[in-house]
Write a protein that binds this ligand. Structure first.
Ligand SMILES: O=C(O)C(=O)C[C@]1(C(=O)O)C=C[C@@H](O)C=C1
Length: 280
């Protein structure tokens, strides 16, 4: 049987694209109407995996997904970066001058902030998904509505593209992660995600970071989120890459565990992110 994969959104969304890209066209996709709903589908065993966005190359972390990872205790088993090129979509016949309200996911609105700043009169309304916004604009008989969503959404919901690349950064990518109830070990894995807490003592984060420097391991991401029910205490999320996950890495993780208050290995998986360098 094919894997069942949950994502938040409707067909045409970037999350659907990420799920198809990672699992292939044969995957059985189910939809949720929130990121929490995609995690819940995993918990209720309605899905084998959930595909959720974790960070965007223009706007940074998708904070609510980090919080859900902490809350549900699931594992990251893969990642998939997707090119995000937002378009302004409207029902055929609508002109840009007719628009008074624009709908998208809040990330679609953030990532298009410069474009939207040129239209200060437009009301901006965030929905749970970019493609859900396109679907709503298509179904609504309102000549003043537009959506910021993908080119695929335009085709699926029969909308016109009034502007392309509304995102402010030319190369706009979202890193989706594949989440599962259990970690998956494979010889191909070369990335590790951790979540840890630290004692409130001077140098505790410095000490952890020093271990990575000493071992010449590349940190690809660090993020901190407030801990639920505790004020001014943080859960640190950290990703690093290695050649392979071997006994040396296991030993380093042991050392990090001793240097932290709590440590959860959020997952081992194959790195899919390349750092772009400016040409000399
Ligand atoms: O709304 C979508 O199409 C999504 O898949 C969600 C989402 C996100 O939450 O970041 C994914 C990619 C883009 O960054 C914009 C929106």
């Amino acid at each position: 049987m094919n894997d069942t994969v949950a994502y938040c959104g409707v067909p045409g969304s970037y999350a659907e694209e990420a799920a198809l890209c990672y699992f292939g066209e044969e995957a059985h996709l189910i939809t949720a109407s929130s990121f929490a709903g995609a995690f819940e589908a995993l918990k209720q065993q309605q899905a084998d995996y959930a595909v959720v966005p974790l960070e965007n190359s223009s706007t940074g972390a998708i904070a609510s997904v980090y919080d859900l990872l902490a809350q549900y205790g699931f594992f990251i088993v893969g990642e998939c970066p997707i090119e995000i090129n937002h378009c302004l979509l409207a029902r055929p016949g609508t002109k840009i001058g007719d628009i008074t309200e624009v709908f998208s996911h809040e990330q679609g609105l953030f990532q298009s902030r410069d474009f939207l700043a040129e239209h200060p009169d437009w009301k901006q309304t965030a929905l749970y998904n970019t493609a859900a916004a396109a679907k709503m604009v298509s179904a609504g008989d309102n000549p003043h509505w537009a959506a910021i969503a993908s080119r695929r959404s335009a085709a699926i919901y029969h909308l016109d593209i009034l502007a392309e690349k509304t995102n402010f950064k030319d190369r706009n990518q979202t890193r989706f992660v594949v989440v599962a109830p259990k970690a998956i070990h494979s010889a191909e894995n070369n990335k590790v995600s951790l979540a840890f807490t630290l004692p409130h003592v001077s140098g505790s984060l410095y000490h952890i970071l020093g271990i990575f420097a000493r071992e010449h391991l590349n940190l690809s991401k660090i993020e901190s989120r407030p801990i639920a029910n505790k004020n001014w205490e943080y859960l640190f999320f950290l990703d690093f890459t290695a050649e392979t996950i071997d006994s040396r890495i296991e030993g380093i993780l042991e050392e990090i565990s001793k240097a932290s208050q709590t440590l959860k290995i959020l997952g081992y998986y194959k790195n899919a992110i390349g750092v772009e360098r400016d040409e000399e």
